[in-house]
Design a protein around this ligand. Structure first.
Ligand SMILES: Nc1nc2c(c(=O)[nH]1)N[C@H]1C(S)=C(S)[C@@H](COP(=O)(O)O)O[C@H]1N2
Ligand SMILES: [Mo]
Length: 320
């Protein structure tokens, strides 16, 4: 099977990574080549960049240029300036600016519901508690565009194991911050806020499902869901809920924001499937952000080997 690129990142190298973000020149023009735990190199070819915002020449920690299929990484600039984050605006090019002052400290994440050991994590404790890795994943939006992103984060199952789900827990329900003062889009009555998403517990336990805390070796920017978001790469992008404040283990299938808004268009499972079209978008191929062409869409977004067994009893032609 194809090995999905992954490398572990030590808290120390993340600290350095944050520093790089702030004072790139000092660390990087010296050609430091700092090693991450699995031999990944921090600050790869940034030597030409002296910009303090760190947007030029950014490379992932492990230095990879492609995913395991040879698809090229989407540039940092595109990943951070073409976003879906309806809490701010439905204009993909406007999210970065409208979210630039979004407050991500202090921030707590409450993990509870049907668990033996409910916990409330302060974001900075959470960031030191779980070993972060770099994961290069395809992100496929149901609008039929896609990117390849070097995320940083840790498997969701590590967090769930700490709180010990009870046998009665069947689903995991995630909730985004509700704060219309900071998130003007939440004044729109088109949607039921806050944004909610969910996974079946066995999906959530799959190693590919991560809590992401960064990308391209830097902490997440607000537009990508700072300070932490879900990334479920075999499902359409809307499942990968941003800026999470609550994670609850529940018995009933959660109703997501999109299921509530338009049930005939959005289902709970939302697994990427080139053979099942959305009412408004063919899913057979996808537009590659930052490139001119299209590429064929892959079953389960290319993660079939890892996840297909989760759905053996399910009719994959249906949206739900
Ligand atoms: N809270 C919240 N999470 C969200 C969204 C949103 O509007 N609000 N949009 C989703 C959609 S439709 C996609 S395609 C991805 C986009 O992630 P990106 O902007 O980091 O590429 O985020 C998902 N997570
Ligand atoms: Mo999306």
């Amino acid at each position: 099977m194809k090995k999905i690129p992954s490398s572990e990142i030590t808290p120390e190298s993340l600290y350095l990574s944050r520093r790089k973000f702030i004072t790139q020149a000092a660390l990087v023009t010296a050609g430091a080549g700092i090693l991450a735990a699995c031999g990944g190199k921090l600050g790869g070819n940034n030597s030409t960049s002296t910009e303090s915002n760190g947007t030029a020449g950014i490379t992932p920690i492990a230095g990879a240029q492609t995913d395991e299929y040879g698809r090229e990484l989407t540039e940092f600039d595109a990943v951070t300036n073409f976003n879906n984050f309806y809490e701010f605006t439905t204009d993909k090019g406007g999210v970065a600016r409208l979210s630039q002052d979004f407050k991500t400290r202090p921030w707590t994440v409450e993990v509870g519901g049907l668990v033996n050991n409910p916990k409330t994590y302060d974001i900075d404790d959470l960031l030191t508690r779980f070993q972060e890795e770099e994961r290069i994943y395809r992100l496929r939006c149901v609008e039929a565009w896609s990117m390849v992103i070097p995320w940083m984060g840790f498997p969701l199952n590590k967090l769930l194991k700490e709180v010990e789900p009870k046998a009665s827990a069947k689903y995991v329900r995630f909730e985004t911050l509700y704060d219309p003062d900071q998130m003007p889009g939440q004044n729109s009555s088109w949607y039921v806020w806050p944004y909610v998403e969910g996974l079946r517990v066995d999906e959530a336990m799959n190693d590919l499902a991560i809590i992401s805390t960064g990308l391209y070796g830097n902490r997440l920017l607000p537009q990508n869901g700072a300070p932490l978001r879900l990334v479920v790469p075999w499902k359409y992008g809307f499942k990968s809920i941003k800026s999470i404040v609550k994670i609850n283990l529940v018995e009933e299938m959660p109703t997501s924001l999109w299921m509530a808004a338009s049930p005939q268009e959005y289902g709970f499972y939302a697994n990427v499937n080139p053979e099942v079209d959305h009412p408004r978008w063919s899913q057979a191929s996808e537009r590659i952000i930052g490139e001119t062409g299209r590429k064929p869409t892959l079953m389960f977004n290319g993660y079939e080997e890892e996840v297909a067994s989760l759905y053996s009893g399910l009719d994959l032609r249906k949206w739900y």
